[in-house]
Design a binder for this molecule. Structure first.
Ligand SMILES: [Zn+2]
Length: 281
């Protein structure tokens, strides 16, 4: 199992000051024994008035690696292939000579063109031409959505139970990891290195060390992202009717394997759990 963080730099969450979050996240990764995580950067969101660029440099100095998530967090289904590739190029221009840069690309929203195979293939060819591989992800439990709900709760003056939030986050990601492991075994007949999708959220920064401890207790071993992207699953290119979702989900869809979706990525389910377990009157 390896760890990745998308949407760097991300806007403010419910709990931490913008500068506090990168420091806490670096510390938590160290505590967790996560020596090398991947940070997928949106350079178009870097602003001069806070310390975004310095924070990203600090991630690299701490041993983590930096990769491409487009400059502006573009959604492939919403724009042309050429505009999308231009946004990838804009991010590459910023990233390329940075320390610990890796030639990996993560699709924003995990949207790889959905039903439009012509567009999908144009972008896949464009990535190949640029020497970029699609930075696969397999384990998702929507930390960004928990963050959205925490922001909404804080804005409306609702109290949240900190321990319950931690437990919900940890439990959801451990469940999702085991779900994806089972799906991969049913799909590929083996257990590839799982790649966790997190975002640069307050929740991830506060609780990723608790998550790592729970995963280890559950029998998981944490490896570097370099090791993960050497797994053959990193090079697999699923041919599906709807190019969207995690690598395991798409490989399973290609092979018509059922039960592909982790239930807590359904917002209705996630919202109900957050209300029942985290919100207090
Ligand atoms: Zn993203």
């Amino acid at each position: 199992m390896a760890f990745s963080f998308d949407d760097v730099p991300r806007s403010k969450g419910a709990f931490l000051e913008p500068d506090e979050r990168p420091r806490l996240l670096i510390e938590a990764l160290q505590t967790a024994g996560i020596k090398q995580a991947a940070f997928f950067i949106n350079p178009g969101r870097i602003t001069a008035h806070d310390n975004d660029a310095a924070d990203i440099a600090a991630y690299a100095r701490a041993g983590h690696v930096l990769a491409n998530h487009t400059a502006q967090h573009s959604r492939l289904s919403a724009i042309s292939a050429s505009a999308f590739l231009a946004d990838i190029d804009a991010a590459e221009t910023w990233l390329k000579n940075r320390p610990n840069y890796r030639p990996w690309f993560r699709f924003p929203f995990l949207d790889e063109g959905q039903k439009d195979k012509v567009k999908r293939d144009a972008v896949r060819a464009g990535l190949g031409k640029r020497g970029l591989i699609n930075g696969y992800v397999t384990v998702d439990a929507s930390d960004w959505y928990m963050e959205d709900q925490a922001i909404a709760a804080a804005a409306s003056g609702k109290l949240m139970d900190w321990n319950a939030l931690r437990d919900l986050f940890v439990e959801s990601y451990v469940e999702s990891a085991n779900f994806s492991d089972d799906l991969a075994r049913r799909t590929l007949g083996r257990a590839p290195v799982q790649m966790v999708l997190l975002h640069e959220t307050d929740i991830a920064a506060m609780f990723v060390d608790d998550l790592a401890a729970a995963l280890k207790a559950d029998g998981w071993t944490i490896v570097t992202v370099d090791e993960a992207y050497r797994d053959p699953i990193a090079q697999m290119v699923p041919d599906v009717e709807f190019a969207d979702g995690t690598r395991t989900q798409m490989l399973a869809a290609e092979r018509a394997i059922g039960n592909r979706w982790y239930e807590r990525n359904d917002r209705k389910v996630a919202k109900k759990l957050f209300a029942e377990r985290v919100l207090r009157d």
